[in-house]
Design a protein around this ligand. Sequence first.
Ligand code: ADP
Ligand code: NI
Length: 210
Amino acid sequence: MPKKPDDEAIFRNTVAFVRAELGGESSGHDWWHVWRVLKNAERIAESEAGADMTVVRLAALLHDIADHKFHGGDHSVGPAKARAWLERQGLDEARVAEVCAIVRDVSFKACGGKPNMADLEGKIVQDADRLDAIGAIGIARVFAVNANLGREIFNPEDSSRPTAIGHFHEKLLLLKDLMNTPTAKSMAEGRHAFMLRFLEQFQEEWGAVL
Ligand code: ADP
Ligand code: NI
């Protein structure tokens, strides 16, 4: 019988798999987004006692494996892809199911649904993903995604138009208060304050040319 791979080997294989899958993605879900989410998730899990680190790490790696926006809103693609991969790696069924539930709920949430993450591991990955949407990195991402969507950065004459600055008010400034874990709440503070400083300076410079 072939030897079962250990958690560390499954983790390393999954890094290579996700990296190959997401490499050139340019909609805000590239490999480096996944890598930052992984690092945030590990940091949160280390200070929130009781999380299964393997489940956290695998769910962080696989959370954007098939973004719903590229599959016509089909939420089953990501979890199915994650399941096929993890089964091939020989991960036990209980943890395959846990990781896939997190992948499903993270992407559903991104689409406007509101399932509350049931398990600590899911709460951690959701927090880690949200942290990457705020602060200096969040600012960089919002302008990258906004440009991809062909939108203006700001339009003071038409507030009904979607813009990058509008996205801060619709979503990014709300994320700090949506964090599940105390660790992520405290990590969000500095990032949130930095966005407020950025917006203040942006308005100041914009006001100077009006
Ligand atoms: P998630 O990371 O949970 O999948 P999204 O897919 O909504 O979240 O967002 C991914 C990135 O794209 C985030 O950094 C977010 O700020 C940015 N983004 C999402 N929607 C917009 C938008 N309408 N305008 C500008 N940026 C956006
Ligand atoms: Ni993400």
